[in-house]
Design a protein around this ligand. Structure first.
Ligand SMILES: [Zn+2]
Length: 414
């Protein structure tokens, strides 16, 4: 597990950690904007402390793509060096990938509390125009300078809260997947993830009263989520239906050349929608459940595949391939699945009861100045309709969307 620190001594702690780990040669990776904000200070501290320091500054708008990766890999080097990234998610992902592929370790200095991926072992990269998560390696240490975080752009802070509020539904989906689909589950990690979002929600309710405390809690929560994911080698503690919606929109917007929206911002909006599905579950009594299960049929996969091809375009075949386990379900298997839903309905209800009302999540988002409705970030009714219908096919994870498909429960676009 990476060593994690959030506070006012991030640079000193990082230097101590480097010494302790036996590193004397450091490649500092940042961009021109963040060099002025924090990078120069880190560089000076490294040099004054006697570290042999090489600086790579990416210019202009940095994307997590081939161009940035090559820029980081370009300087010739002999011998072992540790990478140190000073930046937000994009720059961290580029450095994570470059360090792993060059066989070097890396430490991260996050500059914005915008999402939970800093501790991740995957790099979110856009290669050949296609966004994917590529296996690399987690940083061995994460040192976040609180002052820099508090001065991060407000939309990035709002995005971080959105990513956190997604954990209300992500943890519920994870448990649901265990109960109805036998997916591996870890109660202790789920509790940690849920505690982290509760803590951030408490901060949202007093947002602006003690800015440092607000931001400290947010960054700590985001890093805790990262550690939870590493602990179970899975994104399940922090990612469920709300991330399926978010990824669906992200791919669609990218394909259509529309301006990008921060990851956590989309997740926050989608967690309101997902909470709406859990409300539908709560509203279902046993009699209606039975009636719906009696009426339930296996999906007409031919029609589904045609629909997937239409809405997913160039990535449709990957999406279809990820649905194999569901497509192979036999009529007998489907009967057993329906039986299980009925048998374990009390547990399903208990899971749904722990998910806040959509209005509660909306209020939390409003408190931190985050968008809560799709239209606020340029998502159209059609984007929402397609997501409600097809986002459940983003990856193979079992989520409440899959349960609602079987029960023919649909959320009406707001
Ligand atoms: Zn996320």
């Amino acid at each position: 597990m990476p060593e994690v620190y959030v506070g006012h001594q991030a640079i000193e702690r990082a230097l101590d950690f480097l010494r302790q780990e036996g590193h004397r040669r450091v490649t500092l990776v940042t961009d021109d904007n963040l060099y002025e904000i924090l990078g120069r200070k880190v560089e000076t501290a490294l040099k004054e402390a006697g570290f042999e320091t090489r600086l790579i500054v990416l210019r202009g708008q940095v994307l997590a793509d081939e161009r940035s990766i090559v820029q980081v890999l370009l300087p010739r080097d002999e011998g072992e060096r540790i990478y140190l990234s000073v930046g937000s998610g994009t720059l961290t992902d580029v450095t994570r990938f470059a360090s792993h592929r060059s066989g070097c370790r890396f430490i991260a200095m996050p500059t914005a509390p915008s999402m939970d991926g800093y501790a991740s072992d995957g790099s979110s990269l856009t290669i050949g125009g296609y966004k994917q998560t590529i296996f690399s390696r987690p940083p061995i240490g994460i040192f976040a300078d609180l002052k820099t975080l508090t001065e991060a752009p407000r939309p990035m802070i709002a995005s971080g809260f959105g990513d956190m509020f997604g954990k209300f539904t992500a943890t519920a989906d994870w448990k649901l997947a265990q109960v109805l689909w036998d997916e591996p589950y870890n109660e202790e990690i789920a509790r940690r993830s849920r505690a982290a979002v509760e803590n951030c929600a408490a901060q949202a309710r007093v947002f602006g009263q003690d800015w440092e405390a607000n931001i400290h809690a947010l960054m700590s929560g985001l890093l805790e989520e990262g550690l939870c994911m590493l602990a179970v080698s899975s994104s399940r503690p922090a990612s469920g239906s709300e991330h399926q919606f978010s990824h669906f929109w992200e791919m669609k917007m990218l394909r259509e050349g529309r301006p990008a929206v921060f990851h956590g911002t989309k997740v926050g909006i989608a967690s309101v929608m997902t909470a709406g599905y859990y409300r539908l579950i709560r509203g279902l009594d046993r009699a209606e459940l039975k009636a719906r299960l009696d009426a339930a049929r296996l999906p007409d996969w031919e029609a589904e595949i045609a629909g997937i091809r239409q809405v997913y375009g160039p990535v449709a075949e990957d999406v279809i391939a990820s649905q194999k386990a569901y497509m192979q379900m036999t009529p007998e298997g489907f009967e057993a699945y329906k039986h299980r839903i009925l048998e374990r309905w009390d547990e399903v209800q208990a899971i749904a009861a722990a998910v806040p009302e959509p209005e509660t999540i909306t209020a939390l988002l409003r408190q931190v100045g985050a968008p809560a409705a799709p239209a606020e970030v340029g998502l159209t009714d059609e984007d929402v309709r397609q997501a409600l219908r097809y986002a459940l096919y983003v990856r193979s994870a079992y989520t409440v969307l899959r349960l609602c498909q079987a029960l023919d429960l649909t959320l009406q676009p707001a």
